[in-house]
Write a protein that binds this ligand. Structure first.
Ligand code: AMP
Ligand code: ZN
Length: 664
């Protein structure tokens, strides 16, 4: 077998495993084996750029950056759907269509997935374009981001038509959504409100490797094209499934509106067991010939109807409002409710968000309130049942002092949240910061858990994360549920954290808005903690992707004397507060201020190596040529359109050797 065949075979194999894992949910090899195969393929592709394939499974991880999404006009308009809410609405619809078509009418019932709609174009079995719905006439080209979604096949299987479009919904399943939010909260960021908006936001991220990190899923429901040899909607779902698409199996072919209603009744309850959000059912005339006869109104097809589930709502009594203090001092009011069953789970608490929300609802302890579970995971209080309000109920006065340390609360201009400014002495803030410091994605301290941290603080053994490094085994042993061995592990775990690289230490410090990604960017750019400490707001904003909010938060953090002392102590203990010498040895700022576009195939180094060299030497990489481009590193087979653009803008072309000379 020659190299090309080997590459193709690996791609084919990986595609099949990917399909087994993500679409069928039935893996046949371990994750480890999969990763090994992927690695082999990556290495082969690096060595042999001549066999580049824009739909290779190795490109799932993303990395391309899009500044402005291109607008694309849909070949066929993406219509909206008419809505129905009752049996009458549906029987009325049936009467209307019966007047327009002859013969028996069958219906496909599908779930209405709640996400962002997408149109995928395939040519010769390869994904060529993914476009958002936009206004229905034209949308945004988000292909690079969509390619990172594992259930979107990049190459099709079986007997597919040469060219067609397929439509579906990109959703963010519950499990992944919850996990993402936990990570955001860990970084001191606001959690996302609901999976739908987060899914559509994910499609418009500029950096596709960020999209790749989001556990998105793509569910398909409609094929468009000419001479496809398909005669019914139900058949088309099966075909799409055969070609490798993820088409949920809940869909059902029925022969009457009574059966449609049965489907609706069943799923109104059981939709809560599905891994993703649905907001209704879509009923479609099954026969495509009949669909054509029925046609469209100005807004929607006549042959389809959405039935919207009512967001489940119950009423219960508000017993108490309590206030939670987060790691960053932010106060969240929580409604404590008389327990009530809602959408299959018992609800006892609901978030009230902030003082404005309480005022808007005019909610009072003792009120009967309506609670709803809509697109949000956490139940929401919709309104107060004013008819049931007793005369005696007192208006809610928002707390003015921290419930944990009695400090007067503050609210910054333009922010909804109150916060406790007692950074140094407020127990949940102290504990929360240390818990964040030791967490898995930060310092990952083995042998130390969140509860132990709380205990250590309560016992007065630690007040901040620097104190951890002074802890002695003997101090820890007397604590509840501690034994000699566990105390030893704890101290050893803390010792080991001194090896954790700078970027993760920076994240662990718990600076508001400095999540993992931002920490990485700052570490890479500044290299030493002192450079970050002395950086001004203006300088910080000039770093790629650092906005004013982050910059302010960073300067505020390091303006504090206490924080500076903490950092000094960490330094003394030997915690990594600069990029390691080894990593640094390979870095220069020779190319500072220069932007490169890399194009073509190279001999001495691979494209990825070339890009790494540019970045390690302080240069920037852009994927497209503009007046801001300093040089184009041109290899073999550079595209003619790029060449033309370079000429027009008079951007100098340099060869691989010339580039390597620059950084020698
Ligand atoms: P609406 O936005 O409420 O007018 O509803 C129309 C949208 O429902 C379409 O644009 C699709 O994105 C979405 N949708 C979700 N599931 C389905 C489905 N099974 N069939 C058709 N459309 C669906
Ligand atoms: Zn406080």
């Amino acid at each position: 077998m020659n190299t090309e065949q080997h590459i193709n075979q690996l791609r084919e194999e990986l595609r099949q495993h990917n399909y087994n894992y993500y679409v069928l949910d039935a893996a046949v090899i371990s994750d480890y084996e999969f990763d090994m195969k992927l690695k082999v393929l990556q290495e082969l592709e690096e060595k042999h750029p001549e066999f580049y394939d824009s739909n290779s499974p190795t490109l799932r991880v993303g990395g391309e950056v899009t500044k402005n999404f291109e607008t694309v006009v849909h070949e066929e308009r993406m219509y909206s759907l008419d809505n129905s809410y009752s049996r009458e609405d549906l029987t009325d619809w049936e009467k209307r269509i019966r007047k327009l078509v002859d013969g028996e009418i069958k219906y496909t019932c599908e779930l209405k997935y709640d996400g962002a709609s997408i149109n995928l174009t395939y040519e010769e079995g390869a994904l060529v374009r993914a476009v958002t719905r936009g206004d229905g006439i034209q949308g945004d080209n988000v292909t690079t981001n969509v390619k990172t979604i594992n259930t979107v096949p990049l190459k099709l299987k079986g007997d597919f038509p040469a060219k067609f479009d397929i439509r579906g919904e990109i959703v963010l399943p519950h499990e992944g959504f919850i996990k993402m939010n936990e990570e955001r909260v860990a970084a001191g960021e606001e959690p996302y409100a609901n999976p739908r908006n987060t899914a559509s936001g994910s499609l418009k991220l500029q950096d596709s490797s960020e999209t790749a990190k989001r556990p998105l899923d793509c569910l398909l429901y409609s094929i468009k094209g000419n001479k496809l040899g398909i005669t019914t909607q139900y058949e088309s779902l099966g075909k799409a499934r055969d070609w490798g698409f993820k088409v949920p199996s809940e869909s059902k072919l029925v022969s009457s509106i009574d059966e449609v209603l049965e489907f609706i009744t069943y799923w109104d309850v059981h939709r809560h067991d599905l891994p993703y959000e649905t907001d209704g059912v879509v009923i479609k005339v099954n026969d495509l010939q009949q669909q054509e006869e029925l046609g469209y109104t100005a807004k929607a097809p006549r042959w389809a109807m959405a039935y919207k589930f009512k967001a489940e709502q119950v009423s219960t009594v508000l017993q108490e409002i309590t206030y939670q203090v987060g790691r960053t001092g932010a106060i969240t009011p929580v409604a404590n409710l008389e327990p009530v069953l809602l959408a299959g789970t018992t609800v006892k608490r609901a978030s009230l968000h902030n003082a404005d929300q309480i005022e808007k609802l005019d909610i009072r302890v003792g009120d009967t309130v309506f609670v709803e579970k809509g697109g949000e995971i956490i139940p929401k209080i919709i309104a107060v049942d004013f008819q049931k309000r007793a005369q005696s109920l007192q208006p809610t006065l928002y707390i003015t002092e921290c419930p944990e340390c009695q400090t007067t609360l503050k609210r910054k201009e333009g922010e909804a949240q109150h916060y406790c400014p007692n950074y140094k002495g407020c127990p949940p803030q102290i504990i929360g910061r240390i818990q964040h410091y030791i967490s898995r994605k930060a310092m990952d301290i083995e042998g130390l858990g969140g509860e132990t941290v709380a205990l250590l603080v309560k016992e007065g053994l630690i007040m901040n994360y620097a104190d951890l490094y002074e802890l002695k085994k003997e101090q820890v042993i007397p604590l509840e549920r501690m034994a000699e061995k566990s105390a030893e592990n704890l101290v050893a775990g803390i010792e080991k954290s001194k090896k954790i690289p700078f970027e993760r230490v920076l994240f662990a410090l718990g600076i508001r808005y400095v999540g993992e990604t931002v920490a990485k960017k700052l570490a890479k750019h500044y290299k030493f903690i002192d450079a970050i400490i002395t950086a001004s707001e203006e300088e910080l904003v000039n770093v790629d992707e650092i906005g004013i909010k982050i910059a302010q938060s960073v300067t505020e953090f390091f303006a504090s004397e206490e924080n500076k002392i903490l950092i000094d102590r960490l330094k003394q203990y030997g915690v990594q507060l600069e990029v390691s010498a080894e990593k640094l040895a390979n870095q220069t700022d020779t190319l500072q201020g220069q932007t490169f576009v890399v194009s073509g195939v190279f001999e001495k180094v691979s494209r990825n190596e070339l890009k790494k060299l540019i970045e390690d030497n302080g240069g920037k990489i852009s994927s497209s040529i503009s007046s801001k481009t300093s040089f184009i590193v041109a290899g073999d087979k550079m595209g003619p359109s790029k060449l033309e653009k370079a000429k027009a803008l008079e951007i100098p072309l340099i060869s691989e050797d010339e580039f390597l000379d620059k950084i020698k």
